[in-house]
Design a protein. Structure first.
Length: 218
């Protein structure tokens, strides 16, 4: 009786040992979250639960650690409608700043260690989306409502002034623009309003500055 059971067990053990190893992973979760089917019916690259995790490019998953405010200081109940990060260098001095528009305030951040918001202006019209460029160590910014001047913020002197002077010559124009673009050291003003004498809107017009002179538009 003992021999009848002994031989099949040895034969089964040899089959298990001869099975080749099967490689598993990395698992591709590119199919994303699937809540339509049952857990046993979804595809191999899908998951029934991806709460608090993200899919990496190699197919693995990483835990989401949440978010943290860049600046803990509260400014307003209005949303942030403009946010811009830039750097400027002169000689051996380098500055790294963040400019934001929150409600009626234009603010900049202080140093990255324990940053705070510093108010540059409290008189802009809320609710506009803002466009920014950096030129000659100045941040030039405009709101798409065109209710405020185009501003320039000098990064090193920390002063905010209108880009176009009020006492202009007869050959100059005062502009407001929805969008700004910097190309080959020319500043482009796109979708404009000419406010030199009254206000005339030119939705399809583009003005450009003189070379490296953003406040002189043609």
């Amino acid at each position: 009786m003992r021999s009848k059971f002994f031989v099949p067990i040895l034969f089964l053990a040899s089959i298990v040992k001869a099975s080749p190893p099967q490689a598993v992973g990395p698992i591709d979760f590119g199919g994303g979250l699937n809540l339509q089917g049952s857990i046993t019916d979804i595809k191999d690259n899908q998951s029934p639960d991806q709460c608090n995790c993200v899919s990496n490019q190699d197919g693995s998953l990483s835990k989401v650690f949440g978010s943290k405010r860049f600046v803990e200081q509260s400014m307003s109940s209005w949303p942030v409608t403009g946010l811009y990060h830039t750097q400027a260098t002169t000689g051996t001095t380098k500055k790294d700043i963040v400019v934001a528009v929150i409600g009626s305030n234009i603010v900049i951040s202080t140093s990255p260690q324990n940053p705070n918001w510093i108010i540059l202006s409290s008189y802009v019209t809320p609710g506009q989306n803002w466009s920014f460029v950096t030129m000659n160590n100045k941040v030039i910014m405009t709101g798409d409502g065109m209710t405020n001047p185009i501003y320039q913020f000098d990064i090193f002197s920390t002063t905010l002034t209108p880009l176009f002077a009020s006492n202009i010559s007869s050959e100059s124009v005062q502009l407001r623009a929805k969008y700004l673009l910097l190309k080959s050291n020319y500043l482009l003003f796109i979708n404009c309003a000419d406010i030199t004498q009254g206000t005339t809107f030119y939705p399809s017009r583009v003005y450009f500055s003189l070379l490296n002179q953003p406040s002189s538009a043609t």
